[in-house]
Design a protein around this ligand. Structure first.
Ligand code: FMN
Length: 149
C-alpha cells in the first residue's frame, strides 16, 4: 500500500482508494467476486478492491485520468509485493454494484476499478484443469505489435 501511495498521478490528485479484507471480512470480500474467481481466490491471503475518486479535489471537475492513475498504483503495489516475495492477481470479474453497496461508496464520487488478491504463489496442481491451462503458456504480444517507431 505504501508503494501504491507513491505512484504518480495527474495533478498529483492520488485518486486511488484501496480497500482490503481482514481475517474477519475475508469471506465477505470473497463473495463480491464472480464465481470463477471465487474458485481460486478462496485460497489467497488478502482480497482487495481498487476504487477511484472520480473528481479532482482542487476544483471538483471530473478527473479523466483517475482510472489510469489507479492502474499505476496497482502496478506499484504489484512490483512491491513481488519484491517482498508475494504475488498479486488482478480481477475484472468482480460484482461492482454489490461492492459499491458493501463499501458504502457514493457512485457519484467513486468508481470501483478492479479487484486484486495478494498472496503466496501456490503449486499449479491446486488449480482446476481449466485454470491451469490458462496459466501456461503465459505469453505476450511481440514488441513489433505494440511499439511503433
Ligand atoms: C485489470 C485486470 C483484470 C483481470 N481480471 C481477471 C479475472 O477476473 N480473473 C482472472 O483469473 N484473471 C484476471 N486477470 C489476470 C490476467 O488474466 C493476467 O494478468 C494475464 O493473463 C497475464 O498473466 P500474468 O499476470 O500471470 O503475467 C486480470 C488482470 C488485470 C490486470
Amino acid at each position: 500500500m505504501e508503494a501504491a501511495r507513491w505512484s504518480p498521478s495527474c495533478f498529483n490528485a492520488q485518486p486511488w482508494r484501496l480497500y482490503t479484507s481482514t481475517g474477519a471480512t475475508f469471506d465477505e470480500y470473497l463473495n463480491l467476486l464472480v464465481e470463477g474467481n471465487q474458485a481460486w481466490a478462496k485460497d489467497t491471503s488478502v482480497i482487495g478492491f481498487m476504487v477511484a475518486e472520480r473528481h479532482f479535489e482542487h476544483n471538483g471537475k471530473p478527473n479523466a485520468y483517475a482510472e489510469f492513475d489507479c492502474g499505476a498504483a496497482w502496478m506499484a503495489l504489484t512490483l512491491q509485493a513481488r519484491k517482498e516475495g508475494l504475488y498479486t492477481h488482478g480481477m475484472g470479474g468482480i460484482l461492482k454494484p454489490e461492492i459499491t453497496d458493501y463499501l458504502k461508496l457514493d457512485p457519484a464520487r467513486h468508481e470501483v476499478v478492479m479487484g486484486f488478491t495478494i498472496g503466496k504463489l501456490a503449486d499449479l496442481s491446486n488449480l482446476s484443469d481449466e485454470k491451469r491451462n490458462e496459466e501456461v503458456p503465459n505469453s505476450r504480444k511481440s514488441l513489433d505489435e505494440i511499439w511503433f517507431r
